[in-house]
Design a protein around this ligand. Structure first.
Ligand SMILES: Cc1cc2nc3c(=O)[nH]c(=O)nc-3n(C[C@H](O)[C@H](O)[C@H](O)COP(=O)(O)OP(=O)(O)OC[C@H]3O[C@@H](n4cnc5c(N)ncnc54)[C@H](O)[C@@H]3O)c2cc1C
Length: 243
């Protein structure tokens, strides 16, 4: 899937990316980043103190979900209707320029602003548990025990609309000052990707239970697109610019 540069405009002035050709407001591109990122960071203010907490998330259609113990500060604050900022970041490469100034990183990141509501409907809550497990490892939900009623009650789920959101993307080689291209120093990109190592059995695992395929060949593979092609968005943001 190829998502062209900024087919839509920012949904609000505060989500408008300053470096305009890096801003992407297309929902498919934003969703692809949220789906590929294993975790996000939730920013909120509690008693005047900003916090930014790492947490697992999952997306179902137009909503982003987080979960945790009911006592968790983040979930208590979100439940109160306080504004939050959720950020997901995928680091694709290190960009080595000829000058220190033009070094950069290739990345895809998404920022979602809004207020959350608690999910109390049992069916939706179960769907979120499933989505979170499947977000981490597609295929795992079918293999694991479902949450008990006690576990169900102890876990709080919050839901945020993906309506005020933006993505920012950098890709490609460094962009140096014209005079610096003659310097005899290596320049280019060191691509990065998240790679799983071979799974390690739980020492308590009885003999004869082999790791499932999603553990043996774990990849942060994006979901297939409708065309069957990988859904990892090739987001063309025009000329590379400073981050
Ligand atoms: C990869 C990852 C995934 C996670 N997924 C989830 C999830 O899905 N749901 C969930 O509820 N929690 C998750 N956590 C844990 C989460 O970051 C919080 O630690 C947790 O929610 C407890 O919150 P609390 O309000 O009870 O923290 P408290 O322990 O009450 O916070 C008190 C203070 O402890 C410190 N603290 C708390 N958490 C962290 C932290 N993670 N790192 C460093 N210092 C910390 C901070 O200074 C904080 O102000 C995840 C953490 C990581 C790193």
């Amino acid at each position: 899937m190829s998502v062209s540069s900024s087919p839509a405009s920012a949904p609000s002035p505060r989500t408008s990316v300053r470096v305009a050709d890096r801003g992407v407001y297309d929902r498919a591109a934003i969703d692809a980043i949220l789906d590929e990122a294993l975790i996000c960071h939730v920013g909120f203010v509690a008693d005047g103190q900003p916090f930014v907490m790492p947490t697992i998330h999952a997306r179902i259609d137009d909503r982003l979900y987080v979960h945790g113990a009911a006592a968790t500060r983040m979930l208590r604050v979100m439940r109160s209707g306080a504004p939050v900022c959720v950020t997901a970041t995928l680091l694709d490469g290190l960009v080595m320029a000829r000058s220190a100034f033009h070094h950069s990183m290739n990345y895809r990141s998404a920022v979602v602003l809004g207020t959350a509501v608690e999910v109390t409907d049992a069916e939706e809550k179960l769907a979120v548990f499933r989505a979170i497990v499947e977000h981490v490892a597609p295929g795992r939900w079918a293999d694991c025990r479902r949450p008990s009623s006690k576990e169900f009650a102890r876990t709080r789920v919050l839901s945020l609309p993906i309506s005020e959101a933006s993505a920012k993307v950098r890709s490609g080689p460094p962009v140096d000052d014209e005079d610096d291209y003659a310097l005899g120093v290596w320049a280019g990109e060191i691509p990065l990707r998240l790679t799983a190592l071979p799974p390690i059995d739980d020492p308590a695992l009885p003999a004869g239970i082999p790791p499932p395929p999603y553990a043996v060949r774990y990849e942060r593979d994006p979901r297939p697109s409708e065309s069957g092609a990988p859904a990892r968005a090739v987001i063309d943001c025009g000329a590379a610019r400073p981050a």
